[in-house]
Design a protein around this ligand. Structure first.
Ligand SMILES: Cc1ncc(COP(=O)(O)O)c(C=O)c1O
Length: 391
């Protein structure tokens, strides 16, 4: 970067001194051609890597046909994509968005409109410590994390933030006013902390018993990242509402709120809208991503390669005292370190491996779901070399 460079971009992301000019498969290239192995995946976004030829093709084709029509008109590709998503999940209805936070917002409106329709005074939504649901006011209010919400008060009421993976705390905080439970099956920003399958099952049972809606945030953990299309499948449960984004577009801005017929009863005409949500470009890419990722063979490969990565990371955990713990699921993995995670992530970057710091001093690995053994071996070699140097 040039000295005395003045940026006209609001400095919310801090100083950014690494730039990429191109991407192919699991690699990114700087303007001068330096190659990086991308185990950050655009923060769990580039599910099919960079410039996947099939995605480039559908996007090219769609861009030559129709870009945008607004949601005032019927959009057949949107209809087909919604049907395909419902067929492969618990859902009956879909609302398309452009991002994860918008999918969360929509889900919260699904909850509110459902109880409003039933005329029930259920006004509280349970959320969990360490959660991250986005940067909108509702998301900031839901996660109650000062790191993101400091200085933005007053936030919205109606959220109860309780300890994660704690059945006793949950039962203690539930009452007749509980409208929904909102949970990430694997906390991403919070430090790659999976909810135990037992906890997820317990929540589902509790929701059934106490007449509460279960709202899953699978923005980061979904779309094949866990080795299943959605990670709730590992717990053999079904939510009532689900927010999805990131991997669904593999880099094209797209998100969706999925819900059952019953849960989405209140979302009638005029209750919600989006200018761009589900536009033809995004939906054409999403359909292709779903087609590729939801195949049994693809998901089996994600499961196999993630187990190979896990086994090798666990070896590092045994070898280096610096590593406190390796955790996570599928290809959403975290290395909790003693020394500062940002410092170590920067060291890895110097060795041409991209990772993303997460909460709880964790180095997050969220590579494209198309990685092969050779990519894992390359990453492990760099991790080994880096940890060897950390005293
Ligand atoms: C679990 C979770 N929910 C919601 C969001 C917000 O998504 P977006 O940044 O697309 O608004 C994120 C983003 O990191 C996330 O990880």
């Amino acid at each position: 970067m040039k000295k005395n460079f003045y940026s006209h971009i609001m400095p919310t992301y801090g100083e950014r001194n690494l730039e990429f000019a191109a991407g192919k498969g699991c690699y990114l290239y700087t303007p001068s051609g330096k190659k990086y192995l991308d185990f950050a995946g655009g923060i769990a976004v580039n599910s099919l890597g960079h410039c996947h030829p099939k995605l480039v093709n559908v996007l090219k084709k769609q861009s030559e046909t129709l870009w945008h029509t607004s949601n005032l008109y019927r959009n057949n590709t949107q209809e087909i994509f919604a049907k395909e998503l419902c067929k492969k999940t618990f859902a009956d209805k879909v609302f398309f968005t452009n991002s994860g936070a918008e999918a969360i917002e929509c889900g919260l409106k699904v909850v509110k409109s459902f109880w409003n329709l039933k005329n029930k005074n259920k006004k509280n939504i349970i959320t969990f410590k360490g959660a991250f649901h986005g940067r909108t006011f509702a998301a900031l209010s839901a996660q109650k994390n000062k790191k993101y919400s400091e200085g933005f008060g007053p936030l919205l009421g109606g959220f109860k933030n309780i300890p994660f993976n704690d059945e006793k705390a949950l039962i203690k905080n539930i009452n007749n006013e509980t409208a929904a439970i909102l949970i990430e099956p694997i906390q991403g920003e919070g430090g790659i902390r999976p909810a135990s399958l037992q906890f997820l099952k317990y929540i589902r049972e509790l929701c059934n018993k106490k007449n509460i809606l279960l709202f899953l945030d699978e923005v980061q953990s979904g779309f094949g990242r866990s080795g299943k299309l959605y990670s709730y499948e590992w717990a053999q449960i079904k939510p009532d509402i689900l927010a999805t984004a990131k991997g669904i577009g593999s880099g094209f801005p797209l998100g969706a709120c999925l819900a059952t017929n019953d849960a989405s009863k209140g979302m009638v005409q005029g209750k919600h809208g989006s200018t761009y949500g589900g536009n033809p470009l995004a939906v054409s890419v999403g359909r292709e991503v779903l087609k590729i990722i939801s195949s049994k063979k693809f998901l089996k490969n994600v499961d196999l390669i993630s187990r190979y990565l896990w086994k090798n990371l666990k070896k590092l955990e045994e070898t280096y005292e610096e590593i406190i713990e390796v955790r996570g699921a599928g290809l959403l993995l975290g290395i909790k370190t003693k020394k500062n995670n940002v410092m170590i992530s920067n060291l890895l970057r110097k060795h041409n491996l991209l990772s993303v710091p997460a909460g709880d001093n964790v180095i997050r690995l969220a590579p494209p779901l198309i990685i092969k053994k050779k990519h894992v071996d390359e990453a492990i070699k760099i991790l080994n070399e880096t940890f060897k140097k950390i005293k």
